[in-house]
Design a protein around this ligand. Structure first.
Ligand SMILES: [Zn+2]
Ligand SMILES: [Zn+2]
Length: 301
């Protein structure tokens, strides 16, 4: 929904992203204009039950109160969960005091205060972890991890060995099955249909030692790329990253793909920034507004 850094401009909105895992949709950051972008993308607000705010800089946050108000005007009753740094509580209290007359839904605030990587959301099909980043204020990154799917049965073996429904159920859960003295091993009769996918969100941040470990093996990394090489000094001064720094982190993490975002408005042409990242990490792409990126399934059969 938004790929710009500090200030919105006619071409780019400030940070906001929708992450869809199976039927769950998460709003990650909520910069100004997020409501409009969601509507332009045909994403109903009722689909969003969890909002994750990385840090309390306006470019990641200024859209949330408008969104909360519109949700109320639309008659929302389903509870909403907001994960944000602890300081967000004061802002939410102010919103409740001043603007919450028509709010008929519960807003459940979960403060992010961890010093390392911690799981914050656990659902049937996925988990979400948060971890601290290296920015000027308390900032958190997020790792979305799909859970391992149920194993698939090798169909040709059902008939060969006359497997019963009970046996098939157990094998699919990964349990071995006893038949007298013989043991049917789940790993022989089943296979994992696909490898669970992982998405890491790292914005805003300067590089730091633990980051590649915390996002190791991610299929897709969305990373702060505020500057190109020419403003490396700014990246260091303001605790952001250049595209090359983002690429180094993705490389060290053994990631599969990298998406650069949070671009400074000073860059009209982002191609040099992309080229610099690709020198280190070829599978790098520029984030585009209102564009959908899909992590392909890595099927095992
Ligand atoms: Zn920012
Ligand atoms: Zn920031």
């Amino acid at each position: 929904m938004g790929t710009a850094s500090a200030s919105a401009n006619p071409v780019r909105h400030t940070s906001a992203h929708v992450v869809t895992v199976h039927n769950h949709r998460f709003l990650v950051d909520c910069g100004e204009g997020c409501q409009m972008s969601l509507q332009q993308c045909g994403i109903p607000f009722s689909w969003i039950d969890n909002i994750l705010i990385s840090h309390l800089h306006g470019d990641h946050l200024f859209g949330i109160f408008g969104l909360l108000s519109t949700m109320a005007m639309q008659g929302r009753t389903a509870p909403l969960y907001i994960y944000a740094p602890a300081g967000f509580k004061v802002m939410l209290d102010f919103f409740y005091d001043q603007f919450a007359d028509g709010v008929k839904y519960d807003i459940n605030f979960r403060p992010l205060e961890m010093k390392g990587k911690e799981q914050i959301i656990q659902m049937r099909s996925l988990t979400v972890s948060a971890f601290p980043l290296n920015h000027r204020v308390p900032t958190f990154g997020f790792l979305f991890e799909e859970k391992a799917p149920l194993r698939n049965i090798r169909k040709e073996l059902i008939e060969r060995d006359n497997l019963t429904l009970t046996e098939i159920g157990a094998l699919k859960r990964g349990e071995d099955v006893r038949r007298g003295r013989k043991k049917l091993k789940a790993e022989d009769y089943t296979y994992i249909p696909y490898i669970p996918r992982r998405l890491a969100y790292c914005c805003d941040t300067a590089p730091f030692k633990q980051l590649p470990e915390w996002i190791a093996g991610a299929d897709l990394v969305y990373h702060d790329s505020t500057y190109a090489d020419d403003y490396e000094d700014h990246a260091r001064k303001y605790c952001h990253s250049t595209s090359r720094m983002a690429a180094q982190t993705a490389k060290d993490a053994g990631a599969r793909q990298l998406i650069l975002g949070h671009f400074s408005a000073r860059y009209k042409d982002l191609q040099p920034m992309l080229a610099q990242a690709r020198e280190l990490f070829p599978d790098t792409y520029l984030a585009e507004e209102q564009h959908k990126y899909e992590i392909p399934l890595n099927r095992m059969n």
